[in-house]
Design a protein around this ligand. Structure first.
Ligand SMILES: *Cc1c(COP(=O)(O)O)cnc(C)c1O
Length: 357
């Protein structure tokens, strides 16, 4: 365990803010970055020299180990602005815990809570003007850690760098998606790294997703690696279905990432006395429910979209349509309630929101 003194962050403010150039109505996700970024280095067993500097390119040796052997992990989270102009983070301590779970699995240095939280708070506070306040909008936050040894031998890096960059996000256009139940390629295996946010998990998913898109689907529903029978995740989101008024989602394990949105959705469902089951769910059960007319809802959950409705799914050459999204009671209600909590319009009963001064 690394002990740190009270975190002091050296701040170099930009003299050339770009915030005035931002048109909140025309934000394309992930292309624009706010004025500043946070970074801190890990060498000789200590995190040191935390700093906030103007956003921009950082020189890096071509031998940087993360580029070769994939010691690269990340988080995704958001800051929200309410009607009073106050800025809040949503469940940031959970993101901190999770990045360290990822770090351990990838044999990387873990980041102390004080550095993670203090870096976040000071960075978001400085770039408050970049947090949009329009309906459904937010500031997307991307913390990440990379191995920085200048060495191309295979071993855990001795040196690391932790960064936080942020990017304004407009209202996510929640067009219902057409998904393909994938029975050839796999995302995650037992004993593997599917439960952590390792960059390589994303890299490996791109080719199967591209093939699905060529066949007219937007996303994949991944299935278990052994039998391709059990549903796992939807693209890079957790998957949920509502059958006969019961909310069902695959249990957390080696191959399922513990989504914070997933947990929030399950918590609200339980608050509302809905029946919730965290258990394996097979494609046969879903098709059977579809036949009986009891498959009410199917959706992905994740930070980017909160809820992504699934319009239809394809399996073994056949497409199965779900009921119109307007009539889906649970997923629409939970999406609205999460938005209300984040924007201060509903009570934050579970203390999810952390205020930025
Ligand atoms: C990040 C991620 C999710 C969603 O997690 P949230 O904390 O809800 O954003 C789900 N599945 C995978 C594979 C992910 O990487």
């Amino acid at each position: 365990m690394i002990t740190t003194e009270k975190v002091s962050i050296k701040v170099q403010q930009t003299t050339n803010s770009r915030v005035g150039e931002l048109d909140y109505n025309k934000i394309i996700f992930g292309h624009q970055f706010s004025d500043h970024m946070f970074l801190v280095d890990y060498n000789d067993g200590v995190w040191h020299d935390a700093q906030i500097i103007p956003y921009g390119p950082v020189p890096m040796s071509p031998a940087t180990s993360a580029l070769h052997y994939g010691q690269a992990i990340f988080e995704g989270m958001k800051a929200y602005k309410n009607d009073k102009g106050e800025v809040f983070l949503f469940r940031p301590y959970d993101n901190h815990k999770r990045i360290n779970i990822s770090a351990e699995r990838m044999a990387m240095a873990t980041i102390p809570e004080e550095i993670f939280m203090e870096g976040l708070k000071q960075l978001i506070s400085l770039d408050k003007g970049w947090v949009p306040d329009t309906d459904g909008s937010s500031l997307y936050i991307r913390p990440f850690i990379i191995g920085t040894d200048e060495f191309i031998g295979v071993k855990p890096s001795d040196n690391y760098r932790f960064y936080i960059i942020t990017s304004p996000a407009g209202k996510y256009y929640n067009a219902p998606v057409k998904v393909l139940v994938e029975t050839n390629y796999i995302r995650a295996v037992e004993g593997g790294v599917g439960y952590v946010k390792a960059s390589g998990n994303y890299g490996r998913s791109l080719f199967p997703t591209k093939l699905a898109q060529q066949r007219g689907y937007q996303q994949i529903i991944w299935t278990d690696s052994k039998n391709h029978r059990y549903l796992e995740e939807s693209g890079t989101m957790n998957l949920m279905v509502v059958i006969d008024d019961v909310l069902i989602t695959p249990p957390i394990g080696d191959t399922i990432l513990a989504g914070i949105t997933r947990d929030s959705v399950l918590t609200l469902a339980r608050d509302w006395k809905m029946k919730v089951q965290e258990r394996k769910i097979s494609i046969d059960e879903v098709i059977d429910a579809h036949k009986r007319g009891t498959l009410e809802e199917m959706f992905g959950t994740g930070t980017a979209a909160t809820i992504a409705h699934i319009a239809s799914f394809g399996f073994e050459g056949k497409d199965y349509e779900l009921p119109a999204t307007e009539g889906r009671i649970f997923s629409n209600r939970v999406a609205q309630e999460l938005e209300n909590i984040r924007k201060g319009k509903s009570e934050d009963k579970h203390n999810w929101m952390v205020k930025i001064d």
